[in-house]
Ligand binder design. Structure first.
Ligand SMILES: [Zn+2]
Length: 289
């Protein structure tokens, strides 16, 4: 079922596990993530950035594809279709297109403006049955051309945003998008604890899940992180498997150039990555409960 992410994340927070958000880019990506979630009986969030939405020709195409694919594949686990790092206009487009969850990333606005816009979008999203994620403190690295500095969120600002009735909160705690540099000092658990103390039971979101060491992921989950975003890691495993296929000359043998064959190793590699993450996050089997 395509559902809001509110219930699945509240259950995750209570059960001390996290639900993975896996960003999708095309049909292969979507199919791989959905099939793995169903196989492992795990709830899942499909993340769509504005860039990926544009690439797939628009949010309406994405929503229609996901709904139809879930029906054709008999997907029974809870699935949320979520806008990742949405702009103000992007949020309205996704609400209209039939998404079940949105993230409004107002972290680059002054806090007053972030609060004002988040407040308005919470009202609209909730009236339509969607869940809403908000962000305080920009996440480092680069996503769709937006470069964040990786600042840590101010717990008081987190509280001000959380009090608007949002469903889950992304707060910067030293995490960054993309690959982590060699000299990365690690997650700021002291900041995470302060944020948690300020916002109470609100499920927290960890962006930039690629390359964070397993022990840090587990500690973050124990401290209230209920949603972890994975994007780069699926891209890397897809690219590596595709490279291996081409470099082995498999596209030159028989009908190895058939796109269904050419893209299969990459799609399988995404499934393996998603499985590994769901096991690490502890969400396997949770869709049965
Ligand atoms: Zn992010």
């Amino acid at each position: 079922m395509l559902v809001s992410a509110k219930d699945m994340l509240e259950k995750a927070r209570e059960g001390k596990y996290a639900v993975g958000q896996f960003n999708i880019n095309n049909l292969e990506w979507t199919k791989s993530v959905l099939l793995t979630a169903e196989e492992l009986k795990s709830p899942v969030i499909l993340g769509v950035s504005e860039g990926a939405g544009k690439y797939m020709t628009g949010f309406k195409t994405v929503a229609a594809m996901v709904r139809a694919m879930m029906e054709e594949l008999n997907i029974t686990v809870p699935v949320a279709l979520h806008l990742d790092h949405g702009t103000y206009d992007g949020c309205y487009k996704c609400i209209k297109a039939g998404f079940s969850s949105i993230m409004f990333d107002g972290s680059h606005y002054p806090i007053e403006e972030n609060i004002e816009k988040t407040k308005e979008l919470v009202k609209v999203a909730h009236a339509m049955g969607l869940s809403l994620e908000a962000e305080v403190g920009s996440i480092g690295g680069e996503e769709d051309g937006v470069v964040g500095l990786g600042e840590c969120a101010d717990p008081q600002e987190c509280k001000a945003i959380a009090d608007l009735g949002i469903d889950f909160l992304a707060a910067g705690i030293g995490n960054i998008h993309g690959k982590y540099p060699e000299n990365w000092p690690g997650l700021r658990f002291d900041v995470l604890e302060q944020v948690k103390a300020a916002v109470g039971d609100m499920p927290l979101v960890l962006h930039g899940g690629t390359g964070i060491p397993e022990d840090m992921i587990k500690k973050a989950v124990s401290l209230g992180v209920a949603k972890i975003n994975v994007n780069t890691e699926c891209q890397l495993s897809f690219a590596a498997a595709t490279r291996e296929y081409i470099e082995a000359g498999k596209d030159l043998k028989g009908k190895g150039f058939d796109p269904r064959k050419l893209l299969a190793p990459g799609a399988d590699a995404i499934r393996a990555t998603v499985k590994e993450k769901m096991e690490l996050f502890g969400s396997v089997g949770k869709a049965k409960e």
